[in-house]
Each structure stands twice: as C-alpha cells, then as structure tokens.
Design a protein around this ligand. Structure first.
Ligand code: ACO
Length: 320
C-alpha cells in the first residue's frame, strides 16, 4: 500500500508585477534581479487572501480528483502567512469548501511546508486514521515584506497550490525531513510583539529579515544532501528520476543542486521566472503546472525538495 497524489490544483493572484514595474518604486533593476535570481515577474495579492487562494486551489484539485468536499478527511494548510492567528487557514478552508467531515489544521515549516504536510498526510493515511487528505501551500508573502528593502521584496510572490492524496498501489516511496532551529534567525520575522499594558516600549510592526548568503549556503548544501538520502531510501538513482521539482527560490540554487547531483538541468522544471518565491506554495504550483501541461505522466518518478525558514528542509521521492 502506498499514498499517492491523485490530483493537483493551483491559484495565482491576478496582479502581475514585473521587475521593471518594481524598479519604478524600489531602487533595483530587471538586470540585477533576473541575473541573480532568475525572477522576472511575480503575482501580488490585492484582494486575494491566503484562505481564498487556498480554497481556489483546493477546488481545482478536488475537481481533478472528482471528489466532493464532503469526501475530504483531512485538510492541512502549510503557510507562514495565515490571514488569522486563529482560526487556522485550514479551518477556514474547511468552512468555505463545506468539507464538514475533515480534520483541519495548519503547519508552519515555511518553504518546506508542502513537503512536511505531505509526510504528515501520508502518515495519517498509512495508519488508517484518514482515508484521504487535501494538502495546500498558500502564501501572501507580500504582506510580511518591507517594500522599502530591495534585498527581500524583489524575491517573493503570492499564490497557492494543492494536492489531493489517497491510498494506492504506488505513490510516495520515501520522505526525508529535517530542521536546524539553531540557524533559525537567518530568515525570520516577528509575528506580533508583546504589547500588553505593562510594556513601556513602543511596539513597531516587523517584516521579513534574511541573511541571503547564509540561506544560499544552507540551500545548496542541504537540498542535494536530502535528495540523495531520499533517492537512496527509494533505491533509485538520479538517472531513474524524470523530474526534480524543487522549491522555486532562485535559479542559481536550482542550477547548483543540478550540478551537485550531476543531473541535466532539463530535469529541473522552473516556474520562479513568473511566480517569484512563493514559499510553501512553490512546489505544489510547479507540480500542478507539470500535470496540467501534460509533462508529468502516471508512472514517472519524481523527486521533490524544499528548504526554508526554521531552518527546515525536506525531500520526497514519488512514483506519480
Ligand atoms: N537590486 C539592486 N541591488 C541590490 C538588490 C536589489 N534588489 N538587493 C541587494 N542589492 C545590492 C546590495 O545592497 C549590495 O550592494 P553593496 O555591495 O553596494 O552593499 C549588493 O547588491 C550585493 O548584495 P548581496 O546581498 O551580497 O547580494 P548577493 O549576491 O548575495 O545576492 C541574493 C542576493 C540573490 C538574495 C542571494 O544572496 C541569494 O540568492 N540568496 C539565497 C536566498 C534566497 O533565495 N532566499 C529566498 C528566500 S529563502 C527561501 O526560500 C529558502
């Protein structure tokens, strides 16, 4: 018995922002951004919300799976940008979908969130506790960025991707997860500071901070390492893998991983050029694109990997 992704869905906000448009507001250029990151455009939420985008992507996945919201047993939303502290995004998605029989909760593993959700959902299904799961990565990162800081605001975008999982004779073969909390501060934002009656200091809103070079070093070391571990556990080699679906942070990181694995770059599909880095939504949006354009076919072997704040990282090998 295995657990398989039987359907996917995604949703991006309507507003597209090109590097050139961004350069009208921020001291940057298309040349700087695209040469260092590969990013040329990103979608930015204006009226869209984390929950709303999650619901849209979930509806598309359920439609592909030919399942009704009432069939759903488990909903996990991976996000660092929920609309509310509570209720969770997953409970809001449950309510909006009318998935009244589902257990619903969020997980925060930043850009690795989708891989973490995949493993949690797999275990719920493998143990028989749930018969299926809807896992969603949804982010409105634009609301936690300091739009005066060119070192971070140019890198990110908003969006959501979903996958519907069920028992099958094939599917997820191996999953590797890890966390390095000691290095957590290289990528952080303070959600809400203590601001009770007895605090005398003025409370300022905080935004995302990133030590870009430290994150880069972490990503190019940890991503190939966990991919190799996941492939070893699956008893597969680089040659056996049809696609490496990586977290879409930066083209240079993806190229470096390809080089370390000695894998042709053609096996590494990329959406970051038009989405930017969408944290937990990156991997499921990329998967959905591959499915809907017909590139990913049943029987293909894929390896997914993501890395991000926490620090967290993970990889999974699947037969599609
Ligand atoms: N436009 C123009 N100039 C810029 C910009 C910008 N948007 N941002 C920074 N600069 C300037 C800096 O001010 C600096 O100028 P100075 O030398 O005069 O001080 C110069 O460019 C170099 O800055 P660095 O930060 O050293 O640039 P670096 O070459 O390291 O590239 C980058 C920055 C692209 C972020 C790189 O560190 C990187 O790829 N890091 C990986 C991190 C990443 O992808 N994070 C995404 C989120 S985390 C995740 O998803 C896991």
């Amino acid at each position: 018995m295995a657990v398989r992704i039987i359907a996917t869905g995604s949703f991006l906000p309507e507003k597209n922002v090109s590097n050139d448009e961004l350069a009208q507001y921020v001291d940057t250029s298309d040349e700087w951004i695209s040469s260092r990151t590969g990013i040329r455009n990103r979608r930015i939420a204006i009226t869209e919300t984390t929950t709303g985008m999650a619901v849209q992507s979930a509806r598309r996945a359920l439609e592909m799976a030919d399942r009704s919201p009432l069939d759903v047993d488990l909903i996990i939303v991976a996000t660092v940008t929920p609309d509310y502290g509570t209720p969770s995004a997953a409970c809001q998605v449950q309510a909006e979908l009318g998935a009244d029989h589902a257990i619903a909760f969020d997980i925060n593993a930043a850009c690795s969130g989708f891989v973490f959700a995949l493993n949690v959902a797999r275990m719920y299904i493998e143990t028989g506790y749930s018969t299926n799961a809807l896992i969603i990565g949804s982010e409105t990162l634009s609301k936690i960025l300091d739009w005066n800081r060119r070192d971070t605001c140019v890198l990110f975008g908003d969006g959501a991707g979903a996958a519907f999982l069920e028992k099958s004779d094939r599917g997820i073969i191996s999953v590797v997860q890890g966390s390095i909390g000691k290095k957590g501060m290289v990528l952080n934002f303070i959600n809400r500071k203590t601001n009770n009656l007895f605090v005398n200091e003025p409370v300022e809103t905080d935004y995302l901070h990133m030590d870009g070079q430290e994150v880069y070093k972490f990503a190019v070391r940890q991503c190939p390492k966990c991919l190799i571990e996941a492939m070893e556990q699956a008893q597969l080699t680089v040659e056996d893998i049809d696609y490496f679906v990586l977290h879409q942070a930066n083209v240079r990181i993806i190229e470096s991983v390809a080089k370390r694995l000695k894998a042709p770059i053609e096996k590494f599909p990329m959406s970051l050029g038009y989405t930017g880095n969408m944290s937990a939504a990156s991997v499921p949006v990329m998967l959905d694109q591959l499915v809907r354009e017909g590139s990913l076919k049943r029987g293909d072997k894929i390896a997914i990997s993501a890395f991000g704040a926490g620090l967290t990282y993970g990889a999974a090998v699947l037969e599609w």
